[in-house]
Design a protein around this ligand. Structure first.
Ligand SMILES: Cc1ncc(COP(=O)(O)O)c(C=O)c1O
Length: 405
């Protein structure tokens, strides 16, 4: 086989089949548009999965990529580098945190957070304080610790014994949390909006109750902001809207706008438990990723960009309401900022994939979150013309699925 001649079919011949990619092959992107190898264009309401929040081929990010790429990509953690120090300072200036650890993905950021929480409890209280509280339907990544902590058993089944000391409670259930969090609790990990679980926002009273219970029992509160972070919900981090400050925050996805980088942010007192050699990474904190992330953070933390997220979120909700008025497909539209989930009503239960496929046929990339929820996570700076065009195409896709009305 000539290794230059490839197509979607090649995927089935050469790749591990743990993904089932769309029939077309994206080739190039600019802003909120993507072109496939056949030259067809798509309006991008997905951003990977909430990753390319500044769109594709953003000129300022390309400039940093080229500048830092010609200077220094990697140096290893036996040395530090200026881009990573600037990025840490920048993130700390925007958050409660005063210490940062960099990784390459959301799962690794969560792995670091969970290990750190266990270590803090071990050092302060002893090995009996090891229980991690998580929530059903939560998603925290695909490493073995993070699938075990995540609240979707399908991701941890079939891989052998699950690490001990993890419990799952119903999300948004204050009484259940108050009952379960106790002296044995080491940490509580929660998404401010469950993304993969169906775009379900946390009730602020629920988050406050978690904070109180953690404080009462000396447990750490971890906010997984891998999907909600870096402007996605209309503030730089979603916790800012909740009145609750976590002890540890994890962030990734949009942080590098597609360049793989994740971070765990925390306080000096907690960070002190990761002494030299206790945790590590080869690539985490490399100068190339850090330089790109610094520019991403600078651009997205602009109050005008964050206001634009909230405005675009309202526009999309209005457009979804219009689609619903015409087709009667949604039971509920929910989310925050530009992380929006539209749950299908009983007539279309289980058919999110059909809508997704029809959208792709009409030139729209979007997401689902489980079998019943259409998920929208477009660029935070999506031009109005693309947004309008995307919804015009989506209306045709809905006609394809539902029939003309
Ligand atoms: C809330 C949340 N945490 C963690 C992850 C895992 O991130 P990654 O795929 O970068 O490891 C995801 C990915 O979807 C996520 O949505």
């Amino acid at each position: 086989m000539n290794d230059q001649t490839v197509s979607r079919q090649t995927f089935d011949e050469v790749m591990v089949p743990c993904f089932s990619p769309a029939p077309f092959v994206p080739d190039r992107g600019e802003g909120s548009r993507v072109w496939d190898t056949a030259g067809r264009d798509y309006i991008d309401f997905a951003c990977g999965i909430a990753v390319t929040s500044l769109g594709h081929a953003h000129p300022e990010l390309l400039k940093v990529l080229h500048e830092q790429g010609g200077k220094l990509w990697h140096i290893g953690n036996g040395y530090t580098n200026e881009p990573v120090l600037r990025l840490a300072k920048k993130l700390e200036s925007l958050t409660f945190a005063d210490r940062a650890f960099f990784a390459n993905s959301g799962a690794e950021a969560n792995e670091a957070a969970l290990k750190l929480a266990r270590r803090v409890a071990f050092d302060r209280h002893g090995e009996q304080k090891a229980e991690i509280v998580s929530f059903t339907q939560s998603f925290h990544g695909r490493t073995f610790f993070t699938v075990s902590v995540g609240g979707q058993p399908k991701y941890s089944e079939g891989f052998g014994p699950i690490p001990q000391g993890i419990i799952h409670l119903p999300y948004n259930d204050i009484d259940a949390a108050k009952r379960a969090i106790g002296p044995q609790t080491c940490a509580v990990i929660v998404e401010p909006v469950q993304g993969e679980g169906g775009v379900i926002p946390a009730d602020p009273a629920f988050l406050r109750a978690l904070r109180e219970a953690c404080d009462a029992h000396g447990a750490l509160l971890i906010f997984d902001e891998v999907q909600t972070g870096v402007g996605r919900t209309g503030t730089f981090y979603a916790y800012e809207q909740t009145g609750v400050t976590p002890d540890i925050l994890t962030t990734a996805k949009a942080l590098g706008n597609g360049f793989p980088i994740g971070a765990m942010l925390t306080t000096e007192a907690i960070a002190a438990h990761f002494k030299v050699g206790v945790h590590g990474t080869t690539y985490g904190g490399n100068p190339l990723g850090a330089a790109i992330a610094h520019k991403v953070v600078e651009l997205i933390s602009d109050p005008a960009v964050l206001a634009g997220v909230r405005a675009r979120g309202e526009t999309i909700r209005a457009k979804l309401a219009h689609l619903n008025a015409r087709f009667d497909v949604f039971k509920e539209v929910r989310g925050q900022g530009l992380l929006i989930g539209a749950e299908l009503n009983a007539r279309f239960a289980g058919r999110a994939k059909d809508f997704n496929g029809a959208a792709a046929n009409r030139g729209v990339m979007m997401l689902i979150a489980g079998p019943d929820v259409l998920r929208f996570a477009p660029s935070l700076i999506m031009p109005a013309a693309d947004l309008d065009e995307g919804f015009a195409r989506l209306e045709q896709a809905f006609e394809d699925v539902v029939g003309a009305r």
